[in-house]
Structure formats: C-alpha cells, structure tokens
Write a protein that binds this ligand. Structure first.
Ligand code: ADP
Length: 366
C-alpha cells in the first residue's frame, strides 16, 4: 500500500518545485503510516520551501482520494524541524498511537456540540499565553457565552494552578467530564497527572492527547472552546493547528522584538494551515508601579501594535505588566473574576468582546 501511495504522490506536479516530492526526498516510505484503512502522510517541508504549503496538502489529498483502500487520510506538514532538544516532532509513525481510541479524522471534522474553537498561541514560552487564555475565556463567559477552556499546553499544563483547582475529572461512559470552575468548563492534562512528574511526550502522544481532550471530553454544548496551545511553532503545534477545526488564532507576544520575531513565526504557522489570525495581543506591556502608580515601559511598548500593523493583522489590545495579574494568576483567582470591575478585567473583557464579535458576527453583543 505504501508503494502505491508513494507512486501516486510522485506523479504530483507542485508549482515552484523542480521535481516531485518523492524524488526530492520530502516524502519517503518512512513518512507514511498505514493502519487498516487509515493513512497518515507526513511531508518534511524545508524551512525555505518555495511553494504553497496548503496547496501541497491539497494536491496530495486529491491524488489519494481515489484510493478505495484508504478511508481516512491525514496529511501532516512538518514545516520546521526544531534544532534544539524539545518536544519531538510528531512523525505519526506506524506504531499504534500510544493511547487507545486515537482519532485520525481529517482536519475540520466538526466537534458535536462545540460551535467554535479558537487557539491562543505564542511564539515562545513565558510571555503570559496561559494567563491571557484563562482571562479571555472568563471574559467570553462574562458576555454570556458558554465557554470551555482546554489546556493543550501538555508540556507544562498550568491551568490547574491558574484556575485554582486540582479536582480530578470524573469519567462517565468512557468520556471525561470537564471540571467546572468560575462558570466555564475546563480540561487539562494537569488534572490527570502528578505535578512533580514531568511527562515526556513523544510526537504521536501529543496529537493523541489533544484529540482525546477535544473529542473524548464531554464538553456538552459550548459556544466557544478556547485552546491554550503549547508555546512555540514546532511540529506539535502545527499538527494541532491542523487537527482541530479552528475558527481563528490569537497570538500573545511581549513587546520585545525577540518575542515579536517568534510571534511572526506563530502567524506564519497559522497562515500556512489556513487558520485566520484574529489578532495579536501585547502582554506585559506598560508596567504600572503598585506603590506609586507610575507607568514605565520596561520592555518598550507598542512593538506588537506596530508589528501587527506592518503584518496586516488586527491588534487586539495591550495588557499591562501588573502585580495584580501575576498574583491572582498564581493564586488561582484570575483577575477577570477576582477583580471583575477592575481595569485589567476591563481590558480582557474588551478583547473578549472583539473576539466574540468576530466569532458571531450576526449576533448583537453590546
Ligand atoms: P506562558 O503560558 O506564556 O508560559 P504564563 O501565563 O504561565 O505564560 O505566565 C508566565 C508568568 O507571567 C506567570 O507567573 C504569570 O502570572 C505572569 N504574567 C503573565 N501575564 C502577566 C501580566 N500581564 N502581568 C504580570 N504578570 C503576568
């Protein structure tokens, strides 16, 4: 079967490439996995690939669509090979995926009951992505939307801490029941594993874990599910962006240039998989001294806004670097609920409103 697949792929003409994908070594037999009627093709796209990635994926899907033996096909584009040690690239190899019930439905298979899904992502860790995701989810809920929050940051799940709960989810009829906290439904691998035991995830497990957490958790009816993505733009993130039917992505960045360079990679990643960018949020923007109230721009300010403009993506807002945000995050009492009428909550809620308006343009939020 693999030979048949390779032979078919080798007949594809990709605009911009001097030869076909197989001759160029972008797909080898090792990059194919076939189990019964499910096939996974991973394409090793070099960083300087001149062609259109979405088109490559589509061409492969079209070419293999006629194969009667294959009912489910997943084409994974691995556009970057992280040089540094870290999360292993999901090669989706032949070994059965590590958890039972691995789901290889093609991307964009809607999840019953969930109207919309958005990803909160960052080019690198430590920029406040999870804090932002939590407060935005609570902001969406304050608009009356039924909201879920999924901590897909399985390398360092922080949701139990940020939401102040270590409750263990119940399992009913083989489905995990999310924890309810502050009016939203939350799920994190952190609820299922011990804090001191860092888990080393191999690529396929990452994908399986995410699929299970989106599809095998009993979310019930949700207007919006907020996905707190793992930081960075490696293969695991790319695969997640492809596997979950996302309405849009939000990129969190600090004002420093360095973070913005990373943020740009985040933008590119979502663009490559055709996920609309709802905008950039500048986090840890102006520092307001808790004692004297004086504002200082420790990391500079406005970098993300200027960058968003340059890149033609919306700028959603700036969140100050403030002790209250840090303390409440670490206490498990996010500012949107603990200081619901305070200035920070207002900023998060305003951003949430912009997101909600983008998600549900027809309804009249005010
Ligand atoms: P990430 O998910 O990007 O790794 P976190 O959300 O875990 O980042 O935030 C990293 C640290 O920064 C946490 O201690 C958090 O409380 C703090 N933090 C995040 N945003 C702010 C902010 N706007 N002001 C002050 N501290 C913040």
């Amino acid at each position: 079967m693999k030979k048949v697949i390779l032979a078919r792929i080798s007949t594809i003409k990709v605009p911009g490439l001097v030869s076909d994908l197989v001759t160029l070594g972008l797909i080898t037999e090792r990059d194919l996995s076939v189990e019964g009627s499910k096939a996974v093709v991973s394409v090793n796209v070099p960083a300087d690939f001149p062609g259109d990635l979405a088109q490559v994926k589509q061409l492969i899907e079209e070419k293999l669509a006629g194969l009667n033996e294959i009912e489910t096909l997943l084409v994974v584009l691995t556009s970057e090979r992280p040089a540094e040690p870290g999360p292993k690239a999901p090669k989706l190899k032949k070994r059965p995926l590590d958890a039972p019930g691995a789901d290889m439905r093609p991307k964009s298979a809607a999840i019953p009951g969930i109207k919309t899904i958005i990803a909160v992502a960052s080019g690198k860790g430590g920029v406040g992505k999870s804090t932002t995701a939590v407060n935005l989810a609570l902001g969406l809920r304050s608009l009356g939307l039924k909201t879920g929050l999924l901590d897909a940051d399985i390398y360092g799940p922080s949701l139990p801490r940020l939401m102040g709960t270590n409750e263990r989810p119940e399992i009913r009829d083989e489905r995990v029941i999310p924890i309810e906290r502050y009016g939203i439904k939350v799920m994190s691998m952190g609820f299922l594993m011990q804090e001191e035991n860092p888990v080393i995830w191999r690529g396929p497990m990452v994908v399986t874990a995410l699929m299970q957490m989106t599809r095998e958790v009993d979310w019930g009816e949700l207007d919006v599910l907020v996905l707190d993505m793992p930081p960075g733009t490696g293969d695991a993130q790319l695969t997640m962006a492809q596997q979950v039917p996302l309405q849009g992505a939000i990129i969190v960045s600090t004002p420093q240039d360095l973070a913005l360079i990373d943020a740009r990679k985040g933008l590119k990643m979502f663009k490559n998989v055709d996920v609309p960018i709802f905008g950039i949020i500048e986090n840890m923007s102006t520092f307001v001294c808790p004692h004297c109230g004086e504002a200082s721009d420790i990391f500079g300010h406005g970098g993300a806004e200027a960058d968003a403009k340059r890149l033609g993506v919306p700028f959603l807002g700036a969140i100050p670097l403030h002790m209250d945000i840090r303390e409440n995050s670490d206490l498990g009492t996010p500012v949107v609920v603990s200081q619901a009428d305070g200035p920070h909550a207002t900023i998060y809620k305003n951003i949430a409103l912009r997101i909600a308006t983008r998600l549900f343009p027809e309804s009249d939020e005010d």
